[in-house]
Design a protein around this ligand. Sequence first.
Ligand SMILES: Cc1cc2nc3c(=O)[nH]c(=O)nc-3n(C[C@H](O)[C@H](O)[C@H](O)COP(=O)(O)OP(=O)(O)OC[C@H]3O[C@@H](n4cnc5c(N)ncnc54)[C@H](O)[C@@H]3O)c2cc1C
Length: 380
Amino acid sequence: MQAAVRAAAAAGQGVRVVATGHSFTPVHLTDGTLLDLDNLRGVLGIDAASGRARALPGTTIGDLGDPLWEAGLALANQGDIDTQCIAGAIGTATHGSGISLTSISGWLRRCRLVTGGGDVVEIDETQPDLLAAAQVAVGMLGVMTEVEIQTVPAYRLVERIEHWSFDELIGQFDARVARHRHFSSWWCPTEQSPGLYGLTMEPGKPGADACYVKLYDEAPADLPDSATPRRRVDRSYRIYPDVFEPNFHELEYFVRYERAAEALGAMRELMLASQPDAIFPLEIRTVAADTAYLSPQYETPTLVLSVSGQPGADYWPYLRSVDRLLGGEFGARVHWGKLHFLTAEQLHERYPQAQAFIDIRRRLDPDGVFLNDHLRPLFA
Ligand SMILES: Cc1cc2nc3c(=O)[nH]c(=O)nc-3n(C[C@H](O)[C@H](O)[C@H](O)COP(=O)(O)OP(=O)(O)OC[C@H]3O[C@@H](n4cnc5c(N)ncnc54)[C@H](O)[C@@H]3O)c2cc1C
């Protein structure tokens, strides 16, 4: 790894790492060396007492489920799929839903990196500035070769899938977000929308302008596991992942939670009133505040809004209108692994620690070996 980075740097070429390549942004692209760390996969050690787990960067979220469970532990939260690598998920602040739960980046406690000069550095909690930069680095500080994350005691989940109107969603939003471990929803603008994400709405109820709602709470110890559809009870890591057809390109923006109801109403209006391409559901989630410099949740809990376009269609006018609304009127931050239109000026306006991140990036990679055409305009 060190030799590969040094050789590329000496040849004046860039280096990027690809994990499972689930990001929709061209974060992996390089005309230099592309490192695939598929072979660096596996759990290295679990300390049940502290809840710390060490893993190689190519270990998937799904790979962590059974070994953690056997040690009496679990990941605090998970996103919609579990096939991403832990280093890729950390690198882009991949998240699930839960107002008291941070993104996966927030769990990083230590990592080993090969820097732009080919040196190996260890970053841990004794270097809070470096750790805050490394927690969401989009591969710009170096190649992660090992990570250590904080986990939580193992838990099972009770799932409830419900069918609500948009007014019910807005009316109960704050109370439900506060009450449930996981509260999320897909608001579906058209009858065709639920099918695009494989969502089964309740028969006899309208699919258009309706919400597919997911509520997950910790299962009491005396409640047995159950496979009943829409009412499953199981280990957390078996409940979280959904199954998706790869039929969408996604944009995801993060709005300060205090403006959640306003942003939800504005998105519904935009999608119904002026955007005929807006047929994929609007995914609605929340994430807790953290302290990572490039985190969308830096020092603020957020409402997360995701929309998608169909591959092959010209979805850019629609996505640009979402950017104008959420970026322009709500100052939204962006998901580094999903489509966005962020400029350098907006980066500095919306991410108070962007310059602190860039200063650390320049220290660890002074020649910009890990930048590419997508990242250079923002972070050089
Ligand atoms: C179907 C689908 C569902 C999704 N669901 C969610 C969701 O629920 N929540 C959410 O937040 N996101 C979600 N995403 C987005 C996804 O989680 C992120 O894009 C994530 O980064 C993908 O992980 P990956 O392993 O594919 O990483 P990649 O896309 O391969 O890489 C992501 C970044 O991490 C860097 N990187 C990877 N490995 C290393 C390493 N070893 N060292 C240094 N840098 C590295 C890469 O260079 C890149 O910049 C989803 C994406 C898809 C396609």
